[in-house]
Design a protein around this ligand. Structure first.
Ligand code: OAD
Length: 251
């Protein structure tokens, strides 16, 4: 667990930093009711990501891929931001957070009010036809029977998220590199940091001289190798306490 001193330490680091950037992962949205990928109860315990999450499966066996996508959409589409998302939005509004690089496809940072969000793995909120490109809100895609088809051309459809076997959008990659390289404090929130290239962002920040701080109930491969310290607690709880301290420090 963490102490009040940990919270105060991070609040001070944020206030004194020149440029703060956050990298968020699935743990960020756990308090919004969305399960993680790895670990107990994670999505990858049920579905082999290399099969169900691969672009070739979506193209050639969409009925299989859509079993998992349906489960993801049912968790993600009704979800609301939690206290952690709102705390990050407040930090940005106070001019104390430059950007969020997120691996999450739930769009909750935007909903919470953050403006500068880099969606590294795309977004599940919209779905596009793989043949004609027609895009529609994912909420409008009928999930019975599976797989859904394009309403215009009956082609296979794909949520606008990045699948295994697909490249990271160039713009997201370029902007993330720039943010990681130019920050002096990176908050790494709720990610196991094992999926590259997103996982290289804390390493890039650290190599450029930044302090890297993790917020995660569990240690990760970054802990004490790349990160300077970890606040071991849930993101929503920790971030709202940190932002309350930041406000006190700013008077
Ligand atoms: P993981 O599922 O690998 O890791 C989730 C992390 O969240 C773990 O380190 C948990 O300890 C932590 N965690 C759990 N509850 C938390 C809480 N309440 N607050 C804070 N942290 C908590 O998820 P990611 O690292 O995001 O890729 O996974 C990265 C990528 O792997 C995903 O973007 C996805 C997947 O394959 C694609 O979809 C392309």
């Amino acid at each position: 667990m963490y102490t009040d001193a940990d919270i105060l330490r991070l609040a001070r680091d944020i206030v004194s930093a020149r440029k703060v950037v956050a990298l968020s992962g699935a743990g960020m949205s756990v308090e919004s009711g969305i399960p993680t990928f790895r670990g107990k109860g994670g999505l990858w315990e049920k579905y082999d990501p290399e099969e169900y999450g691969h672009i070739t499966t979506l193209r050639h066996h969409p009925e299989r891929a859509w079993i998992m996508l349906k489960e993801m959409q049912e968790a993600i589409l009704p979800a609301k931001p939690n206290a952690g998302h709102y705390a990050l939005a407040e930090l940005e509004a106070m001019g104390l957070l430059s950007s969020i690089i997120t691996q999450n496809v739930d769009g909750l940072h935007h909903v919470a009010g953050n403006k500068n969000v880099i969606e590294f793995h795309g977004n599940l909120q919209t779905t596009s036809c793989m043949d004609c490109g027609f895009q529609q809100p994912s909420a409008d895609v009928p999930l019975d029977p599976l797989p859904p088809r394009c309403p215009k051309c009956r082609g296979p459809v794909k949520p606008d998220a990045v699948f295994f076997g697909e490249a990271i959008p160039v713009d997201a990659l370029t902007r993330s590199h720039h943010e990681a390289q130019s920050c002096d404090l990176m908050l790494v929130i709720g990610t196991e940091a094992v999926v590259y290239p997103a996982a290289s962002m804390p390493e890039i920040a650290r190599s450029a001289g930044a302090t890297v701080v993790e917020i995660n109930p569990s240690r990760t491969p970054l802990t004490h190798f790349v990160s300077s310290y970890i606040i071991q607690g849930p993101a929503g709880e920790v971030l709202s306490k940190v932002v309350a301290e930041v406000k006190k420090l700013k008077g």
